[in-house]
Structures are given as C-alpha cells and as structure tokens.
Design a protein around this ligand. Structure first.
Ligand code: GAP
Length: 433
C-alpha cells in the first residue's frame, strides 16, 4: 500500500499537480507547491465545500478573517497554554520525536541512542509585527481559522441579525510547527482548513453535533469517496482538545493507515466565554422570544483542504491493463476534475482538422474548463487526460470535416459516441451540470 503513495506522488509531479517546494534549492522539507492541475483540483474542493455549506443553505455566512490576530486571541483560546506536543530529543543523533509516537520513551527509534525527558513544545509559529523584534511585538501565525470567526461573533449579530442556529464558514491557511510532519500533503506546517462554526442553543448541541457528523460524512461520499474507505471515530475522553466535550473524526483509509480527514467537535460555550472574559465585551446572544441572554454552544466541523485533496486523489487513482499497456486513470468526481473537456485533433498535420478542433475548444471554453492538445498521437493524448481525470475527450477527425460531428470519449468506460457539433455544448452541459 505504501507503494500507492509513491505512485500518487509521482503522478502529481509528472502531471503538474503538486511539486516539492523550493525544489531548485534542494527543497524545503514537507512543504509543497500546487501546480496547474493541483491548484484547479484544490480550488474545486474548496468551491464544492463553499457551495454546500454557504450557497445551498440559508443559515451559514461566509467569512475571511486575517491570519495575523491580536495575541490575546491565543491567550483566550487556550493555545498559548495548551497547544503543545511533547517532544523528545536523541542525545546522539539529535533527531526530534513526538513523544506520543514513541514505543520506547527512552530509546531513539532511529539510532538506539538515549532520549531526553519529554518536554512541551508549543506548535504555534511566532513572528514579530513591525520593525522591533521584542516581546511587545510578538504575534503568531494562526494555528486554526476558527478564532477569526469567534472574535467576529458580535459583528455578525449586529450586521446579519441571525437567529439560532446559524453558522460561519471560512477557508484559509493555518500554520503549525509540527514536530513530525510527513506523508506528502497529509501533515505539513502550512496547510489550509475549511471550518464551520455553528452556533446553537446549549440544549440542542447534541442534536446538531450528530447532524454535522452525518452531513460532513455524506459530503465526502457524494463527491465520490468510497464509503468503505471512510469511517467515523468518536474521541476517547482523554484525547479531546482542551475546548471540546465531544469530537468525532471522519477518517479516511489512506495508504499509510486510517487517519483523520476532518473533526467535528462540540466546543460548548468555551470560546465565546473566554473571549468575553479577556476582551471585556458582552458576547452573549439575545433570544427575542424568551428575552434571555446566553452564550450559545458551538459545533465545529473542521476539515483540511490538503488532506481532502490527498484523499480524493488516492480514492480516484486506478490502474487497468489495456492491451499490455498500463492505463492510469484518476476517476475524480466531475465537479473536482481540474479539466472537464479536452479537445484533440485526430491528425495534427491536417490543418483543417486542427482549425476545426481549435474552434470547438474555443467555443467550449465559455462553459467549461477546456483544453486543446495536439502535441502527441491520439493514444498518448487520451492517456494524458486519463491521468489528470478529464471526464470527456472530444476528437475531431477527417469525417468531422464532412458531417460536422465529433467523437466524445468517456474517461471511465472509454466508450465513444458521435455527436453533432451543434449539439455538443448542450450534450456536455447535461453531463457536467
Ligand atoms: N479548529 C479545530 C481544529 O483546528 P484540528 O483537528 O486540529 O481542529 C482540523 O484540525 C483539521 O485540519 C484536521 O482534521 C486536518 O484535516 C487539518 N489539519 C490539522 N493539522 C494539519 C496539518 N499539520 N497538516 C495538514 N492538515 C492539518
């Protein structure tokens, strides 16, 4: 199975999805850059999430808060006090380990040397605001997007006047100085989160917690992830974050084992109360019907964009033997595929065919992400599109010049259908809508 990760990493590099960051300098460990197809896939993941949680609902509003925030935010949230991992260093080879990953807490798993005592290591990246690098200007890169939504709670109440339950949604970068990043884009120090903070009355918290676990699980399934590769794992009491009374992870069966894709937590009224206390602002919600003022509870579905991208890639990857050749296909859901249609001329040395194919591609570009490609023989062009997950290839051939029809080839079945050029756009719209 580990082999599958290597195949995915190799495909990502070969086809322009994901590259090692700063590669020309030997690379910066565990940092990755999204290339032309990677950025499309990633944007499509974010777009489908935003559509499902913001546009298709009346009770969730979008937000985009700053990465840099007042340092008191992290005091109130508990990140300065509680957001750390225990680390152990090898006295001989100097490697650093996350203590919870170690079987033997005294012996280095790499060289057998003696390990230091476990020491806490705060995961927040520190930086300085302004020209003076002193304690007073110390700030942090946010380790979660969530706090940007909590600190704007009053602004949302004052501008949108929402009734409970309602939520805020945000997608953005987060940073954690992880001790042991790894597994490609699974655990990195810079990553993107898609988070919802759903405010509910305390007596409805359990109901909405269960509701969001189901909603989020189904989101992955509806985007093509096989159900047998997903599971829900409720946290044991001793692994809950300092702010949560309950949490369920949605885990994916990655090639390196079942691992967290998204967590759904019941954060209670911890965050609003903490921010109220430290800022001195009243952060309670006023219920017009009961005339009561109280702190809502927060249910938080928090997912990683990069982890989703990896899960979608792994789940979509397939190999098939076709006449002694290995056919690699990314069976991505149509909404996630970086390119929707590729237009390919059957003969690139026939100028009329090339011109017609270019015209077809231009015409489709208004409606779908479409590429034109004539840089290889047709078999190779098909394989290229299969590897990036393009659902439809449209081929223009000699016959097209006469009958004004093109061939549409389906990625998953390789079946082909002849379609009149005048019907092509509607035909594809019906299948890609
Ligand atoms: N606001 C709650 C929160 O941040 P979390 O479980 O620490 O909860 C939520 O993170 C999600 O963010 C995870 O389920 C994962 O998908 C993603 N994530 C967390 N740390 C990550 C890392 N180092 N690299 C990539 N993704 C990460």
């Amino acid at each position: 199975m580990a082999d599958l990760m290597e195949k995915i990493i190799s495909l990502c590099k070969r086809r322009g999805f994901i590259f090692q960051s700063s590669e020309i300098y030997g690379g910066l460990a565990n940092t990755w850059d999204y290339g032309p197809y990677g950025v499309e896939l990633k944007n499509n993941v974010k777009r489908t999430w935003w559509k499902a949680v913001v546009y298709q609902r009346d009770d969730i509003f979008g937000m985009d808060a700053s990465i840099l925030m007042h340092p008191k935010v992290w005091q109130a949230s508990g990140h300065i006090k509680n957001f750390f991992d225990l680390k152990s260093d090898c006295k001989d080879c100097k490697k650093r380990f996350k203590t919870t990953d170690l079987k033997d807490k005294d012996k280095c798993p790499e060289c057998g040397g003696q390990l230091t005592e476990a020491r806490p290591f705060n995961l927040m990246f520190k930086t300085y605001q302004g020209p003076l690098e002193e304690e007073a200007s110390l700030i942090y890169l946010r380790p979660e997007t969530a706090q940007g939504m909590f600190v704007n709670f009053i602004n949302i109440l004052d501008t949108k006047h929402p009734k409970l339950p309602f939520g805020l949604a945000q997608i953005g970068k987060a940073f954690r100085n992880e001790i042991t990043p790894g597994n490609f884009i699974f655990r990195t120090r810079e990553f993107e989160q898609m988070e919802i903070e759903y405010f509910v009355s305390p007596d409805e918290a359990s109901h909405y917690y269960e509701y969001w676990v189901e909603e989020r699980f189904n989101w992955y399934v509806n985007l093509g992830i096989r159900k047998e590769n997903l599971r829900k794992r409720p946290h044991h009491k001793d692994e809950l974050a300092h702010y949560a009374v309950a949490c369920t992870d949605i885990e994916y069966n990655f090639p390196f084992g079942w691992s967290e894709l998204e967590g759904i937590a019941n954060r209670t009224d911890f965050d609003l109360k903490q921010h109220a206390q430290l800022s001195g602002k009243d952060m309670r919600y006023f219920d017009e019907t009961t005339k009561e003022r109280f702190y809502p509870y927060i249910i938080e579905p928090s997912g990683g964009v990069d982890r989703s991208v990896l899960a979608f890639l792994v789940d979509a990857y397939s190999e098939q033997k076709v006449k002694d050749e290995l056919r690699i296909v990314l069976r991505l859901h149509k909404d996630l595929a970086p390119v929707k249609v590729a237009v390919l001329p059957l003969l690139k040395n026939r100028s009329q065919i090339v011109e017609m194919a270019k015209r077809v591609a231009e015409d489709l570009k208004d409606s779908f992400i479409t590429v034109y490609d004539d840089t290889a023989a047709i078999g190779k062009l098909y394989r290229r599109q299969d590897e990036i997950g393009t659902p439809f290839c449209v081929t223009v051939d000699v016959q097209s010049l006469e009958d004004k029809q093109v061939t549409v080839r389906f990625r998953d079945t390789m079946l082909q259908e002849r379609i009149g050029m005048d019907r092509l756009k509607t035909y594809l719209e019906e299948r890609l809508a």
